[in-house]
Ligand binder design. Sequence first.
Ligand SMILES: *Cc1c(COP(=O)(O)O)cnc(C)c1O
Length: 447
Amino acid sequence: MSGSPPEDSRGKAFAGGKVLDIDGHNLPPSPAPSTPRNGRKYNLMTELVYTESTDQYNASSVPIYQSATFKQDSASGGGQEYDYTRSGNPTRTHLERHLAKIMNANRALAVSSGMGALDVITRLLRPGDEVVTGDDLYGGTNRLLKYLSTHGGIVVHHVDTTNPETVQAAVNNKTAMVLLETPTNPLIKIVDISTIAAAAHAANPTAVVAVDNTMLSPMLLNPLDLGADIVYESGTKYLSGHHDLMAGVIAINDTALGEKLFFTINASGCGLSPFDSWLLLRGVKTLGVRMEKQQANAMRVATFLESHGFKVRYPGLKSHPQYDLHWSMARGAGAVLAFETGDVHVSERIVESARLWAISVSFGCVNSLISMPCRMSHASIDEKTRRERNMPEDIIRLCVGIEDADDLVDDLSRALVQAGAVNITTDGFRALGSGNTVGDASSSESS
Ligand SMILES: *Cc1c(COP(=O)(O)O)cnc(C)c1O
């Protein structure tokens, strides 16, 4: 695993038709490099697609090294880049180098799920350490942090991270980690990464600022460029794009931090399998076109709902209260939006009346999804906590896919009408409670 060049006779034999990797190592003909060998950095849409390897047959698609072990050249072992797949596998390495490139990172690590990535990251913590994080977190993140505070002696502060002053007041020299998500999900609130990262590092220079970038992907946001120390995301979502695998990705610039994270992955055995590494690399290549289409569709759907009187949360809409902040950091609005109907039962009926929009947790897939977070992805957060965090029980989340936009809007209109969410007027329809009619808005807590 040291990456030192082979000194034995095999190594020298290789040197005949020798292939040097990007750092000048004389390694076996594995598919290790991903960065263009001519050193040129292309635009992201090109880099997503473009990979190069030193594969012995010049395979266009990087091979799946479905092997747990790699034979050694000598009894003393060593001298080879790979020996055991838990520690390293050529397919995973190729994926990791490709990801590091598109995540503007020095190193990327691929693990078995997004939560696996957070598990690896939180193992940097010691009992007594404090974590400052948001109050509108992904449900699984909330659950893992709760576990750590109950069993691991970690002190977790959930604060409104959309207000940098609140975070400023919560960080101190015991703050070991600040954990952020932007936009938050499902409330679609924006978090000012640079301001918070600066405040955290000022309070404690060794504090690790980690950003969950699942909602935007490296296509739209690079938290490392904004002062974060670690960026991680669920590869299950946009990176893979087809809901056919689970993966997690961690990226860092600090070499020592990278080594610590790799140690945990090797020690606990959560590195991504060769097959899933191959599948994720395949997905990443189409991230650009998928995201462009998904965003365009999301904008269309958000505009449609807003123009019919619904309260819509989407950073692509000028009405979003943090529109300017979002666009100061990101290159796009993403494809997840949320809207409220004012009535939990109406929301339930809308979700159940949709046909094209599949009722499903998760997002980032090529097909469109609809869900009620309080009943599904966020059900692991208890009702009282949800209420404290101003999470409207009637909120509907839409995760927009790459289908035809007309079909998506059409299916949604039909569901709204069928659910009785709108009043039909002479010039179309309006959301209940958004003007000339009185709907049951008693459960709307946030408007
Ligand atoms: C899905 C998700 C995760 C967890 O990823 P898995 O791959 O499901 O483990 C973490 N954060 C966010 C924002 C997510 O949406």
